[in-house]
Design a protein around this ligand. Structure first.
Ligand code: DGL
Length: 275
């Protein structure tokens, strides 16, 4: 496994397994290493500086394990740390490698499907406050009006398994009301966990709003990227393997992680990240 040529997938915890699941389904031939930093999750309400430090450590770990390319399958890390990693860290430390995020694929998808140019984004506080979705969407189409809503209660709801409760319905109605008032026709689920609430969100929004999940739109974009970047894809190992690491592989990681990933995950504890 250490011989190199892997694709690394990183998340603050196990939410990124929903995205890995989509990627492995779309591109099964490659070799993947997943890292969930559960010991320090959630990232959603942490400072930008800390998210950058944690993400940098994860990137170091995955490159040390022989990854050629890393996907930050965490919206908070993608919006708070990716730009600096790409602009400042990679050029000096890993000039031949790359790190990609999940926001741009979702933004590109949204710009293609919206008809009235009103796009909603729901995400963690960190992602919303960074303004990264707004910048990326406006860069793709200056006509777009973006309505953002931070939903800090949704990650704990998904992690507690309460997705179908009455309380969850009320909370979703409250969070989604401002987006409905603004008449959005497209909603980006800008957090790894929200795909697990997709049905409940659709029930509140009705059929006229297109709901975009990253587990669906990131994998084909990764495939396009690998086709365009032969200098990376030719170095990738094609042995159909997936290895999981976590900084705190509790029973919950195994149970919920297996649910998120769609099959049982065997996870190894990682002790090398600094605290
Ligand atoms: N993975 C995070 C995200 O997509 C959600 C969980 C967290 O806050 O760490 O933003």
């Amino acid at each position: 496994m250490n011989k190199g040529g892997h694709i690394g997938v990183f998340d603050s915890g196990f939410g990124g397994l929903t995205i890995l699941r989509g990627i492995v389904k779309e591109l099964p031939e490659y070799s993947y290493i997943y890292l969930g930093d559960n010991a320090r999750a959630p990232y959603g309400n942490r400072s930008k500086e800390l998210i950058y430090e944690f993400t940098k450590q994860a990137v170091d770990f995955l490159f040390t394990k022989g990854c050629e390319l890393i996907i930050l399958a965490c919206n908070t890390a993608s919006s708070e740390a990716l730009h600096k990693i790409q602009q400042e860290y990679l050029p000096t430390k890993y000039p031949n490698k790359n790190v990609l995020g999940v926001l741009i694929p979702a933004a590109e998808y949204a710009v293609n499907v919206t008809k009235n140019n009103k796009v909603g984004v729901i995400a963690t506080e960190g992602t919303v406050n960074s303004g990264t979705f707004v910048r990326e969407l406006e860069k793709l189409s200056p006509k777009i009006k973006v309505v953002q809503q931070a939903c800090p209660l949704l990650v704990p709801i998904v992690e507690s398994g309460a997705v179908d409760s009455k309380a969850t319905k009320l909370i979703l109605e409250e969070y989604l009301a401002p987006l409905r008032e603004q008449n959005i026709d497209t909603l980006i689920l800008g957090c790894t966990h929200y795909g697990l609430l997709e049905k409940q969100i659709r029930d509140v929004l009705g059929n006229n709003v297109e709901v975009i999940s990253e587990a669906t739109c990131v994998p084909p974009k990764l495939g396009d990227y690998l086709t365009r970047h032969e200098e990376i894809s030719k170095k990738l190992r094609r042995d159909r393997s997936v290895k999981f690491y976590s900084t705190d592989p509790t029973d919950k990681f195994i149970t919920l992680g297996s649910e998120f990933y769609g099959e049982k995950v065997a996870v190894e504890k990682l002790t090398t990240l600094e605290y």
